[in-house]
Write a protein that binds this ligand. Sequence first.
Ligand SMILES: CC(C)(COP(=O)(O)OP(=O)(O)OC[C@H]1O[C@@H](n2cnc3c(N)ncnc32)[C@H](O)[C@@H]1OP(=O)(O)O)[C@@H](O)C(=O)NCCC(=O)NCCS
Length: 237
Amino acid sequence: MKALWTLAAAAAGAAAYGLSRKGVREALREDLDTVQRRDPAASNDFVSILSYPGLHAIWAHRGLHRMWQHDELKIPARLLSQVVRTLTGVEIHPGATIGRRFFIDHANGVVIGETSEIGDDVMLYHQVTLGGTSMEKTKRHPTLGNHVLVGSGAKILGPVVVGDNSSVGANAVVVKDVAPDSSAVGIPATVRPKRTGAAPESVPTPKTASAAPDAKRTPERASDEADFELFDPAIWI
Ligand SMILES: CC(C)(COP(=O)(O)OP(=O)(O)OC[C@H]1O[C@@H](n2cnc3c(N)ncnc32)[C@H](O)[C@@H]1OP(=O)(O)O)[C@@H](O)C(=O)NCCC(=O)NCCS
């Protein structure tokens, strides 16, 4: 019980520290706006904060990914990622690099491997695996470009690249590269030019957005770079 209180106090301290930083607040604001844009069922920020495990998983990952950059914090980061998995149903290895405005809808059974790289404005549905096919300690997980949609149940395996603006259909198994602006469907997935603009929406990429991993964005840089607006700063917690 005492350990739980200690954990809760540490989490509260980390949250207070994080929210005191402008870059962190702006990133959270972006994430909440992303929920509203990506999920027609989303009602308001308060409900999103409480009821989207995908949001909780990515917020936790951002902190754990920073810990992962320090050798002495790798083991705690890994252990905490397992706690997050238990709480959210989403397993993101702390080593995975993830861009801005990432969203996981329904967020159950998602697995994102250590060497995965995910660009900006990417959306995954539940039961997606970004997995490895090799036991080698090399780049062995997928790379997703910007504005990629991955449908529910899809498995993307190995160090394949899914190009910008592409979609992976529900339940597809992707084992080869997917060209930009394409759709990959079936098992094994066949790739065809995208017909309907299958990405859930076309989000204008801010000038500053990039697929660079979180690790390469210092909080200072993130806040310097951010040119998006806080739509309603007054509602910030
Ligand atoms: C693949 C997808 C993104 C659509 O892409 P698109 O380029 O617009 O493709 P279209 O709808 O024009 O379909 C192209 C072809 O792929 C087929 N197709 C589409 N989705 C498919 C899927 N998941 N599995 C197998 N075939 C699929 C279509 O039947 C069509 O076949 P045809 O050329 O023989 O007629 C979409 O079908 C999809 O799977 N989205 C994921 C949605 C999801 O997971 N929702 C979960 C909500 S909880």
